[in-house]
Design a protein around this ligand. Structure first.
Ligand SMILES: Nc1ncnc2c1ncn2[C@@H]1O[C@H](COP(=O)(O)OP(=O)(O)OP(=O)(O)O)[C@@H](O)[C@H]1O
Ligand SMILES: [Mg+2]
Length: 224
């Protein structure tokens, strides 16, 4: 299907803990079209992060098929998966996951280091991404010199810098107060209206309901 950008077919992710099997995802099928803005909601431990990590190729399924931007990820080796992670997906986390010793600009440049791009071009592209999130005046600050909302904007710039088909955000507002969280949500809405596919995990019902599509998950199964 040409306009599908994320397809999961009967995806399972089981973890063996001692002699007990945790069925973190237990037969999930979902089809997300290009340009959709989808929220994933569900109780703690229901499998939301597991699903995001699989879509983002940070993890591989126990069984089932995952297509990302028309690429079947089954059977890809670690180098090929790293390429998809780098080029097709931008990931934003609750705890920002910025490198503390680097400036905002250096953090945003990191994903471009794989691409074999010139130093000047890398810097220019990272500056554009920081400008896009409204942080041109904080480029040379380190994470500990930024507010929570600013840190998340740096993380979003880093996720955007390679112009990926998909933006994945796992509770990006979870560590922010509600006003700042709302501003971050507005930024995702703008990025979506520019045509980017966004998948957004949240515990906040109000934020979740603002997304055009909601996926609900419980005990590793969808309840759409
Ligand atoms: N590496 C792992 N090893 C064993 N069990 C795991 C592992 N990762 C996740 N799990 C289990 O899988 C289930 C789903 O976890 P997951 O992190 O996807 O939940 P979640 O919906 O993101 O929860 P939260 O809202 O608290 O972030 C949980 O029961 C969790 O304990
Ligand atoms: Mg989680």
């Amino acid at each position: 299907m040409a306009n599908s950008v994320i397809q999961l077919q009967d995806v399972r992710r089981y973890f063996l803990v001692g002699d007990y099997i945790v069925k973190a995802l237990d037969g999930v099928s979902v089809d997300i079209k290009r340009g959709e803005f989808t929220s994933i909601m569900g109780p703690s431990g229901s499998g939301k992060s597991t699903m995001m990590n699989l879509i983002g190729c940070l993890d591989t399924p126990t069984s089932g098929l995952i297509n990302i931007d028309s690429e079947n990820t089954a059977g890809l080796n670690e180098t090929e998966l790293a390429y998809i992670r780098n080029q097709k997906v931008g990931f934003v986390f609750q705890q920002f996951n910025l490198l503390g010793k680097m400036t905002a600009l250096e953090n945003v440049i990191t994903p471009l280091l794989y691409a074999g791009m010139g130093v000047k071009e890398r810097k220019q592209q990272a500056m554009q991404a920081l400008e896009r999130v409204g942080l041109s005046d904080r480029m040379h600050h380190r994470p500990n010199e930024l507010s929570g909302g600013q840190k998340q904007r740096v993380a979003i710039a880093r996720a955007l810098v390679n112009n990926p088909a998909i933006l994945l955000a796992d509770e990006p507002t979870g560590a922010l107060d509600s006003k700042t969280g709302n501003q971050i949500m507005e930024l995702f809405e703008e990025l979506n209206s520019e045509g980017r596919t966004v998948v957004f995990v949240t515990h906040d019902r109000e934020l979740g309901m603002r997304c055009l599509r909601q996926i609900r998950i419980r005990d590793g199964k969808l309840e759409e």
